[in-house]
Design a protein around this ligand. Structure first.
Ligand SMILES: C[S@@+](CC[C@H](N)C(=O)[O-])C[C@H]1O[C@@H](n2cnc3c(N)ncnc32)[C@H](O)[C@@H]1O
Length: 187
């Protein structure tokens, strides 16, 4: 019995150590690659963001760095006939996203655990992004190469250096929220 308890304790400690080490690795990797870490959009800002993104059944929407999938889920609730793809490389938010979107059919919403730089975006009609400006700027040549002219890009809080927004929406001030603005671009 004592051996069993000891084994269980070891297992729990090892799991915790693994989780901490993995998250430290993600943070160091994000700092090294200057990538955006998992900081989700404030839940209370989401209805205001979603209200600004008009979608139809013909849309294919990508959230690059979809985190725990909260924006995709809210967009799907608003327009269930559109198709959605979330790309996320960090396993923890990816698992959370899988859980959050478990009731949505796979034909409507796909989650991919991968680096979004390696995702072919051909066919996407709308992107939703909450990423650091340097990441947006690094992605822009890829967007120009793979996306059709007229594709809409929505960016929360951060702007591209070489693209002028077609619309800027001030999000309602919410206590505790750092989400201040939504920028809409057209390629
Ligand atoms: C600021 S969070 C935004 C999360 C979510 N879009 C939201 O609005 O709540 C940025 C996310 O992008 C992910 N990410 C950063 N670089 C990535 C990359 N190259 N490929 C896939 N995911 C990436 C991070 O792991 C993180 O979850």
């Amino acid at each position: 019995m004592q051996v069993l308890v000891l084994l269980l304790v070891c297992l729990v400690v090892l799991t915790l150590l693994f989780l901490v080490a993995e998250q430290l690795y993600v943070i160091v990797r994000c700092m090294w690659l200057r990538a955006a870490p998992f900081v989700p959009v404030n839940a209370r800002s989401i209805p205001h963001i979603v209200a600004e993104i008009a979608l139809t059944q013909d849309d294919l929407v990508y959230d690059l760095g979809c985190g725990d999938g909260r924006i995709l889920r809210a967009l799907h609730t608003k327009e269930p006939r559109a198709r959605y793809v979330g790309v996320e490389w960090d396993w923890l938010p990816y698992v959370l996203a899988k859980f959050r979107t478990r009731n949505i059919a796979r034909q409507s919403l796909t989650l991919k655990r991968k680096n979004f730089y390696t995702e072919n975006l051909t066919g996407a009609t709308c992107l939703v992004l909450y990423l650091f400006p340097q990441v947006l700027n690094q992605l822009l040549p890829k967007f120009r190469a793979e996306l059709a002219p007229g594709t809409r890009i929505f960016s929360v809080d951060f702007q591209f250096a070489d693209l002028t927004p077609t619309r800027t929406v001030d999000l309602p001030p919410i206590v505790g929220s750092i989400n201040k603005r939504l920028y809409e671009y057209r390629l």
